[in-house]
Design a protein around this ligand. Structure first.
Ligand code: CA
Length: 434
């Protein structure tokens, strides 16, 4: 993302906050994996969205209309010895020259400097409750000011949750963001293709997972969530991440995996036969899910509301299950009673962006949100038939989900993850081209 875009975002947020407001936003903490080993650092999405600054231990401050600089960055100081061990730091000079800050200060000085800046503001915008340690520090800064009230020092009167403004901004993706998401999806598509081509009976689920991690890393991407690689009955466990079972001839393999590239996530699911050939029952279920996804994508258009794609998927799935005799009754009755829920128990999509389950409200008041240009959602219907006895034997242990990432545009649905086989014949052809 180029630096102009970060600047544009700060301007937009500052114009919404207005004079008298101050935005204070911290980085994500460094987290320990085990003993003295840390997880790979991932910047907080809100912080990165506004700054493009990748380092930990920083706080960004936006003060609309402040004469001595509206965008301040508190960050780590240059330190040749630490940098030798942990990598380069921008320092205060880099914060100004490379990241567009109007002024920058050492993070260790924040307690001395920030309360003085807050003093002139009446409203503080920050993401309350996100990080307990930061909430505590915020209280300390405010208390510092309150303790000086008798000396004529002011303290902010109002605390505003930043989420409503910032997360609504993040929900509408710019052209640059859509393009970043398309690149991210492209890497995930390539990985799913690889998986289809290498899978054979006798392999283990983790071996297929390794194809994803390899394809992601060779493109400078990471997993955006733990990949779900579930063969046979494991495909019916929605958040299965053990990925340690042997793949059996005759089973389906469900893979829900996507990468994060340049801070933008992709999220794709495909289901295919381990052997390279669908059984008639597997194909029958697969076709229903495919039709449901088509019906849902068709409804993912400007002016529809958030639940329209889900309603379309539910209708198609209910019809299909009824036709196969897996549920019984009249169609309107079955839909009204939610009969499909025993086999389709999740929603048809979620917002996606910098986070795989991205920010943004799904309802405005009591109403479903209306879909608008620039929003991006997954479309991911599924049917899960486990090994319970109420299900005819040939239909047991069939879990199918098909998921793609769809941008809502004024020209209709734009499938960012297109180019990956979805049709069962195309999947079989791809698997046999290996
Ligand atoms: Ca997914």
């Amino acid at each position: 993302m180029n630096s102009k875009e970060f600047e544009r975002r700060r301007r937009q947020l500052m114009s919404m906050v207005g004079e008298g407001g101050i935005v204070i936003i911290p980085t994500a903490p460094v987290r320990t994996r085990s003993r003295d080993v840390e997880y790979n650092y991932r910047q907080d999405s809100d912080f990165y969205y506004l700054t493009g600054f990748p380092e930990p231990q920083a706080v960004a401050v936006l003060v609309p209309g402040r004469p001595n600089g509206e965008y301040l960055l508190f960050c780590r100081e240059k330190n040749p010895e630490r940098e030798l061990w942990d990598g380069l730091r921008a320092g205060q000079g880099g914060a100004v020259s490379d990241y567009g800050a109007d002024d920058a200060f050492p993070i260790d000085d924040i307690d001395d400097i920030l309360p003085g800046i807050m003093e002139s503001c009446s409203r503080v915008y920050y993401t309350m409750g996100m990080y307990a340690d930061f909430d505590k520090r915020m209280a300390e800064w405010v208390n510092t000011l309150r303790s000086k009230l008798s000396r004529g020092v002011h303290s902010p009167q109002e605390f505003v949750a930043l989420d409503h403004l910032l997360h609504d901004m993040r929900l509408y993706k710019s052209r640059g963001e859509i393009s970043a998401m398309r690149k991210s999806a492209k890497v995930s598509v390539a990985a799913h293709k690889r998986a289809m081509q290498v899978t054979r009976p006798g392999m283990f689920e983790y071996e297929v997972e390794a194809e994803f991690r390899h394809e992601f890393r060779r493109n400078n991407a990471w997993v955006s969530y733990s990949p779900i690689v579930g063969g046979g009955k494991n495909a019916c466990i929605l958040h299965y991440v053990e990925n340690n079972a042997e793949l059996q001839d005759g089973d389906l393999l469900l893979i829900d995996a996507g990468c994060e590239l340049d801070y933008y996530a992709s999220d794709i699911t495909r289901t295919f036969p381990v052997s390279g050939r669908f059984s008639p029952e597997q194909r029958a279920i697969y076709e229903i899910v495919l039709q449901a996804q088509d019906a849902a994508i068709e409804k993912t258009v400007v002016g529809n509301h958030w639940n329209d794609p889900h309603d379309a998927a539910v209708k198609t799935i209910t019809k299909g299950l009824r036709k196969l005799g897996l549920i019984e009754g009249t169609l309107p009755r079955l839909i009204k009673d939610g009969a499909y829920q025993q086999y389709y128990m999740h929603r048809t999509g979620h917002w996606i962006g910098m986070d795989v389950h991205d920010v943004g409200d799904y309802k405005v008041g009591d109403e479903w949100r209306v879909l608008e240009n620039g929003m991006v959602t997954t479309v991911e219907p599924g049917i899960y038939l486990d090994n319970s006895r109420k299900i005819p034997k040939a239909f047991r242990n069939i879990g199918v989900r098909i998921e793609d990432d769809v941008a809502i545009t004024s020209k209709g649905p734009d499938v960012l993850s297109k180019g990956l086989a979805r049709d069962p014949d195309d999947i079989e052809a791809l698997m046999h081209s290996r």
